[in-house]
Design a binder for this molecule. Sequence first.
Ligand code: MN
Ligand code: MN
Length: 455
Amino acid sequence: MITCIQNGKIVTGERVFEADILIQDGRIAKIGTGLTGEKNVDAGGCLVFPGFIDGHTHLDMPVSGTVTADNFKTGTEAALIGGTTMLIDFATQDQGGTLAEALRVWHGRADGNCACDYGFHMAVTDWNEQTRKELHEMAEAGITSFKAYYAYGGLMLDDCAMYDLLCEMHEIGGILGVHCENGPILEHLRAKALEAGCTGPEWHARTRPAVIEGEAVSRFLRIAELADAPAWIVHLSTEDGLGEIRAARARGQRVLVESCPQYLTLTEEVYERTGFEAAKYVCSPPIRPQSDQDALWKALEAGEIDILSTDHCSFNFKGQKEMGRTNFTEIPNGMPGLEHRPTVMYTAAVASGRISVSALCKMMAEIPAKMFGVWGQKGSLEVGKDADIVIYDPQADFTISADNQHHNCDYTPFEGFETKGSVRDVFLRGIHAVHAGELLETGRGQYVARDKMMG
Ligand code: MN
Ligand code: MN
């Protein structure tokens, strides 16, 4: 069947123009005026975006003696309803295990369950000769981006492993993202806090001050400089870290910067909430003071932030966040956000007048597609590409609530957030999969083997 999306305002990273889009065999067949299909969808008054790509999610992941509330089915359904047509989740090596095993496990969790398209980054937690060899096999299997951690027992790499891994990225043309927090020091601060009888959730942020991030960003970027490899800073949250990024870029390094809606719309007052409510906002890095948020906005307006991802890692308040009621170090880290990134960012960044709709399109579709090696098929509305399309109605304002979200989670950090507009329709490779907040099709997501990062 030939579908035509008519009269919409098509958004690219450069401009917005009125045109019709003809979809055939899952791909964009033609863009022009006066087009008609067998099925016609009127997008008059609406923005038409390429499907949004979320480069940072954790679905069906075991953490802290529990498992994330969202699995690949519930997470990708929420994603798709919110306008995200592809996500890239973190397959994670077990210490003592291989990358191949981790990839098998993640395929086992995701394959056949996904509503939107998906790929995997590979998180390297055990650096050895076998792992080094496997990196090349991963690149052949379509895994071209990797992750390493400076924090968390069981995940953390030391500086030498980080250096060797970055050298290998240089070899295979891969990109390494790093969770930048100084793990040993923050663990030390947490132990001291507990010793002093400080057990409440507000201590999560107090034991992870900005320098904890800034120091790790600096160290990662210096080691990347030594290894002559590009660096991906995941979930940047501080002005301190931003300063280190500016210094590295001034040295001529290639740095790709990711931030997330929670760092741009929430401030540390969330940790002053009583009745253990603060635990809902326990994520790492933590939510920051207003001054950090202001600095991130300036950077975003100046084009210094490349991509916006969610770091979606959901746990229910009841039964999961509550595990840390008497000890903040036992609160599982993470928050839901997959469904809400497009509306929250459209509202906070575009409707507010801070950036253009094209700039948003770049950060949520074009640059992630280029960075994660899917630009040949996704990331923009162009003839020949997958018909992953979002029709956004800028007049359909909405109030986000746990009651109307589709995450499998009993709260949302964006409770009460009033959006400007909402996602009306979503097409996944030409399949009309979402209309007015309802799923029309599920289980149609496909694994995407990825190319190398562009440029
Ligand atoms: Mn992280
Ligand atoms: Mn993460």
